[in-house]
Design a protein around this ligand. Structure first.
Ligand code: ATP
Ligand code: MG
Length: 572
């Protein structure tokens, strides 16, 4: 099956010139800024599962390290024990590996630097650059001022160094309740950049941490910790999303005050996708409110969800590469991601026949009790994939919508008196339709032409339609799940006053077809197995499968909306 580490296929290989980050790195390598060393990191907070936006950051950071013979750390930014869990840590490690990236060492943890950071905080207090503040957090926020008005000094700003040292020690010792004190940097309460208005460095949280357990009851704030983490690890290029541009002066302030190694921070625009939300908070709500079945629901934009849906990791990497990196925000069409998925699966996924909405067909002139095996090609795109045998008999199933009562002229499938090709089998002509007492079509009667075995006519007779089928006696029952976007609206955050993103949830994002019939060759397919059901799209076997009934997720349909759009654009 798909090899996560396989290189992108030639036509998927990037043809673009360097992106702006690669240009910076190459410039640094030429000037010898970092002795030609390249050291990046991917720093997730373990407070949720990774999503496709994170994949972009992973591909970028690990990709740069790979391209320039450097290193990329996987580092958990585990500074907020209230929201972080071991479950997320394990899943993130697994997802990064699944994407095809590896790092030499064990993953790193910001929490393993807590002692060092604490020491630096003490140093800043001693240097008169930090102080313990007794204001509650909401008061701190209130006195910060706004973009238009300067902030006000805390009444505790000028307390003595010794008093702050003593209080900070007691904060660590557990003498004070949550939220009663903070340690703040002493910078400038009227600084035009709000991030530099005496930001909080530590807060009191009597909470157990997944790694450090009950060792700490003061935890560093992200802005204090993040630059230090990069510095400790000797990161050269600290690549982050645009919203951190305004935080850079603060990281620099801390590193200057402590005279530490300065990584170069480079900001890029985060990935946004149509019909997709990437806020971890909202994704967690979808899980908690059971709007989806879990973080790995195939409709989720998480790597877990996409993996369960059948997206090959290689396709996600190609996608991230195609999207590129920019300084400007833009939203990428989901159809591009599906295009990349299709391109990979087209080459790697074997073809099978599966009837999603079965309608029984009896071939009246086919001898009762007889049967035979016909040759079917596994993957026309992969000559090495060979062929398999497909059983055929007098009773088969075809797709319900491959028959029409009053077919229009251009309907090249079944209708009374119409002849079609059964894929790999015979030409059949529909002779009769059988209905139940409600007028519902329950069966078709056909005749077949024995001379057309294999699907070719010896007399050169042409049929326009070819349909798929399965032999009724041999087919296996299956459930097939079809998906549409979780959010019907292109921009799920686009709502009226008083509404939230939930109003944009699509009504038909999951359709389960419990009565599908599939080729017996799929009997032993394992969860994760990727395939194409001819004419129906790419699918994969879901972990919900049982020995008696396989469950399939539709990964993508066969219609390439992206290629179509491109063609239209080109034609203009
Ligand atoms: P939050 O901080 O709100 O919990 P987050 O998505 O920023 O959410 P992190 O765990 O901090 O979560 O993200 C880890 C890394 O992934 C960060 O470096 C971040 O910049 C990057 N990242 C997150 N979302 C995207 C996105 N949509 N596109 C590109 N990079 C992203
Ligand atoms: Mg973040």
């Amino acid at each position: 099956m798909t090899d996560a580490n396989a290189p992108a296929t030639p036509e998927d290989a990037p043809t673009r010139s360097l992106n702006f980050i690669q240009e910076i790195v190459e410039g640094d390598n030429r000037s010898g800024k970092w002795d030609s060393k390249v050291h990046t990191r991917f720093p997730p907070e373990p407070n949720g599962y990774l999503h496709i936006g994170h994949a972009k950051s992973i591909c970028l950071n690990f990709g740069i390290a790979e391209k320039y013979g450097g290193m990329c750390n996987l580092r958990f930014d585990d500074t907020n024990p209230v929201k972080e869990e071991q479950e997320y840590i394990d899943a993130i490690i697994d997802d990064v590996r699944w994407l095809g990236f590896d790092w030499n060492d064990q993953p790193l943890y910001a929490s393993s630097y807590f002692e060092k950071m604490y020491g630096w905080a003490v140093q800043l207090i001693k240097d008169g650059k930090a102080y313990v503040c007794d204001l509650p957090l909401d008061k701190v926020r209130e006195l910060r001022g706004s973009l238009k008005t300067p902030g006000q000094n805390s009444p505790f700003r000028d307390r003595s160094i010794d008093e702050s040292l003593d209080l900070f020690d007691k904060m660590r010792g557990g003498d004070f309740p949550d939220g009663s004190k903070t340690l703040r940097a002493k910078i400038n309460m009227s600084h035009p950049n709000m991030n530099l208005r005496d930001p909080v460095m530590y807060r009191i949280l009597h909470a157990s941490h997944p790694k450090t357990g009950g060792d700490w009851c003061v935890y560093p704030m992200y802005d204090w910790a993040h630059g230090l983490e990069d510095s400790i690890e000797g990161i050269t290029h600290s690549i982050c999303t645009l919203e951190f541009e305004d935080h850079r002066p603060l990281y620099d302030w801390f590193l200057n005050a402590l005279d530490l190694h300065h990584p170069q921070q480079i900001e890029f625009a985060r990935l946004e996708l149509t019909h997709t939300l990437m806020s971890k908070r909202k994704l967690l709500e979808l899980v908690q409110e059971k709007i989806v079945s879990g973080w790995d629901d195939p409709r989720m934009p998480t790597l877990r969800g996409m993996r369960r849906r059948g997206y090959p990791s290689q396709a996600i990497r190609v996608f991230c590469d195609k999207v590129g990196v920019a300084k400007m925000h833009s939203t990428v069409d989901f159809a591009l991601l599906e295009h990349c998925v299709r391109n990979v699966l087209n080459k790697t996924a074997p073809r099978f026949m599966g009837v999603l909405n079965p309608l029984k067909v009896v071939i009246e002139n086919y001898p009762e009790g007889d049967g035979e095996e016909l040759d079917a090609i596994n993957n026309p795109e992969d000559p090495e994939s060979g062929s398999r045998k497909v059983p055929f008999s007098r009773e088969i199933y075809v797709e319900r919508d491959d028959y029409m009562e009053d077919p229009p002229r251009k309907f090249f499938r079944l209708g009374i008196g119409r002849e079609v090709r059964l894929r790999y089998a015979y030409f059949v002509t529909c002779t009769e339709v059988i209905k139940d007492e409600n007028g519902e079509v329950i069966e078709l009667r056909c005749t077949y032409d024995p001379a057309t075995r294999g699907g070719d006519s010896p007399d050169g007779r042409k049929v326009k339609g070819t349909i798929h089928w399965v032999s009724a006696n041999h087919a296996l029952p299956a459930e097939v799940r079809l998906y549409e976007h979780l959010f019907a609206k292109e921009n799920p955050s686009d709502t009226q006053e008083g509404e939230d993103y939930r109003v944009n949830l699509g009504e038909n994002s999951l359709t389960a077809l419990p009565n599908a019939m599939i080729e017996p060759a799929l009997k032993d397919a394992d969860p994760g197995f990727q395939l194409q059901f001819e004419r129906k799209g790419y699918f994969c076997v879901d972990p919900d499968s049982t020995p008696d009934k396989l469950v399939f997720n539709q990964t993508v349909s066969l219609k390439d909306a992206w290629a179509k759009m491109k063609k239209k654009d080109g034609a203009r």
